[in-house]
Write a protein that binds this ligand. Structure first.
Ligand code: COA
Length: 266
């Protein structure tokens, strides 16, 4: 299975905007959007640029074509790699971590195969919306491997230890209904409604105060790593920090004056 080193990071990930939503599309449909170096670099370049773009309030991440979201890491790139080369290929910052800690919300739009690194990429997003045709799994065990994009850590936090173990140890694929049942995805819609639903949800999120979104995401993410007591202290501090923003003043005044708020993002 040949890798595709000729593909540039520019071609590997496409970006378009709809209103305040940026849509990043991993663009290797002939390889089921497998994550190669060009895709990872392309994702990181777009994420870095969009973080500072005040016109963008929410991101949607998806894969090109109807068949696949992302079918995992590019297995072709594994062949013949030394451990040191593999370690370098997994050097920080990694796209999974950047998305999880990203200052803006990220929605995964999952139309098809969501496997291995694809499932890890989706797990790093804040919300996962799937087509009823989507299929999920962590099949690395079938290659004599284990998840390497955060799956062993994020999946148990997302769906619980037992369900995560089941996916990771069996490598089995599950359908969208089962993914919804175990909490791996947040909504399942018919394939023809997937894009509209994701854009509707992302647009609604993007209409909120950017600074409040940032603090809310940061506080909620902290639940993954902090014990409850520490997390509650952290939440209190970020809540109090929100009192320093113009958007808090505007939000409260707008409510009391029974008008729509006009956010400044400050
Ligand atoms: N890495 C590199 N190439 C991949 C890939 C991956 N993870 N997943 C799919 N592809 C490529 C296939 O090699 C094939 O390329 P080719 O046309 O040049 O031969 C193309 O994408 C289409 O895939 P194909 O296997 O023919 O489609 P399918 O519908 O028969 O099967 C899957 C789909 C997803 C079941 C199958 O592609 C698969 O098992 N992929 C690997 C999934 C995986 O193990 N991911 C974890 C990697 S760590």
């Amino acid at each position: 299975m040949p890798a595709d080193p000729s593909q540039s990071s520019e071609q590997a990930v496409l970006c378009r905007t709809e209103g305040r939503v940026a849509i990043l599309t991993i663009n290797r449909p002939d390889k089921l959007n497998a994550l190669n170096q060009a895709v990872e670099s392309g994702m990181l370049e777009h994420l870095e640029r969009l973080a500072d773009d005040d016109g963008v309030g929410c991101l949607v991440v998806t894969g090109a074509g109807e068949k696949s979201f992302v079918a995992g890491a590019d297995i072709g790139e594994f062949e013949g790699r030394s451990p040191l080369e593999q370690r370098q290929a997994m050097a920080f910052p990694r796209v999974f971590d950047v998305m999880a800690d990203y200052p803006k919300p990220v929605v995964a739009m999952i139309g098809g195969f969501c496997l291995g690194g694809g499932c890890e990429l989706a797990s790093s997003c804040d919300l996962r919306i799937a087509s009823s045709r989507a299929r999920f799994g962590q099949p690395e065990i079938n290659l004599g491997l284990l998840p390497g994009g955060g799956g062993t850590q994020r999946l148990p936090r997302l769906i619980g230890m037992g369900q995560a173990m089941k996916l990771i140890l069996t490598g089995a694929m599950i359908d969208a209904a089962e993914a919804l049942r175990i909490g791996l995805v947040d909504e399942v819609v018919e394939p023809e409604q997937l894009e509209a639903r994701c854009l509707e949800l992302a647009s609604e999120i993007a209409s909120k105060s950017p600074v409040a979104l940032r603090l809310a995401k940061e506080a909620t993410r902290a639940a993954e790593r902090l014990p409850l007591g520490d997390g509650l202290v952290y939440e209190r501090d970020l809540f109090a920090l929100a009192f320093s923003t113009e958007d808090k003043v505007e939000g409260v005044q707008a409510f009391l004056a029974k008008r729509k708020p006009s956010w400044k993002g400050r």
